[in-house]
Design a protein around this ligand. Structure first.
Ligand code: ADP
Ligand code: MG
Length: 264
């Protein structure tokens, strides 16, 4: 489990995170939602120790993150970040094998077990057939799936993902999120995922944390968090909520004045 208590952070002036408390539990997907600039990526960076909180603390399975070295953190937590490495002259298979690095004492000494883990990870994202392709030749969506495979190859019990469905078409958005949910359900991973699409978040996340200006506005089940009362002031749109099968579906109407009609 990853748990944050009273976490605050600032890049300079003003708190970007203000007393955030959360728990990412094994077997669940926690969705981090909120408008642009609300602090979601910063929160994720604090949760994997890339940024140190100015107040509060982060525990990973009862160990304080600040007491773990980079290798120990990498063995416990895998990440899929937004900044996609651009032109890496690497094969897809090599990119995924990089995810095995925390299991080694040195670089480039991977064994049959590593190759199996890498192949399994590529298969889970539907990219095994591209193992011998150049990573820099892939489309944005394919790169994203390879980066997820790299994180899967870590075989770490916690996973943090920052908008992993960007660049993906609808089918792969669902494939990736179904995979993520499967990791929580089947492998009992503890997963936190930043998502922009609130309807995808409602479908695939067990709990949601709604962030606004670095503060938690709501934290709980999707149906408790995704209410017009919570969302309208934060996103400045009108929200209509429909009850569907076993969840909720949101329809948005911008509340700023509409553009004038196009003249013929
Ligand atoms: P989100 O992921 O929700 O869009 P971020 O965590 O990226 O939000 O950003 C939160 C706030 O912190 C924003 O106001 C952003 O401008 C600021 N910020 C993010 N990264 C940096 C940085 N490296 N240096 C200074 N300010 C930053
Ligand atoms: Mg972000």
């Amino acid at each position: 489990m990853i748990s944050a208590t009273g976490v605050s952070f600032s890049y300079g002036s003003g708190d970007v995170l203000d007393h955030v408390d959360l728990q990412v539990r094994h077997g669940e997907v926690l969705g981090l939602v909120g408008p642009n600039g609300s602090g979601k990526s910063t929160l994720l960076r604090v949760l994997y120790g890339s940024l140190a909180p100015h107040a509060g603390r982060v525990l990973v399975d009862h160990a304080d993150l600040k007491d773990l070295n980079a290798r120990e953190v990498a063995q416990a937590v895998s990440v899929v970040v937004q900044e996609t490495p651009g032109d890496f002259p690497l094969l897809v298979s090599d990119m995924v094998l990089l995810g095995r690095t925390p299991h080694h004492s040195g670089l480039g000494r991977h064994n049959a077990r590593d190759e199996q883990a890498a192949a399994r990870a590529l298969e889970r994202v539907g990219m095994l057939g591209r193992a011998d392709h150049g990573f820099d030749r892939l489309s944005g969506g394919e790169r994203q799936r390879v980066l997820i495979a790299r994180a899967l190859a870590h075989e770490a019990p916690h996973m943090l993902l920052d908008e992993p469905t960007n660049h993906l078409d609808i089918r792969y958005q669902h494939q990736v999120l179904d995979l993520v949910r499967g990791l929580a359900r089947t492998d009992r991973h503890a997963i936190a995922i930043v998502l922009h699409d609130l309807n995808l978040a409602a479908t695939y996340c067990d709990r949601l944390l709604l962030l606004h200006q670095g503060r938690i506005v709501a934290y709980g089940s999707p149906s408790d968090v995704l209410t017009p009362e919570n969302l309208e002031p934060v996103y400045q749109v009108q929200v209509r909520r429909l009850e569907v099968d076993d969840g909720v579906h949101l329809v948005f109407t911008p509340s700023f004045s509409p553009l004038p009609p196009l003249s013929a």
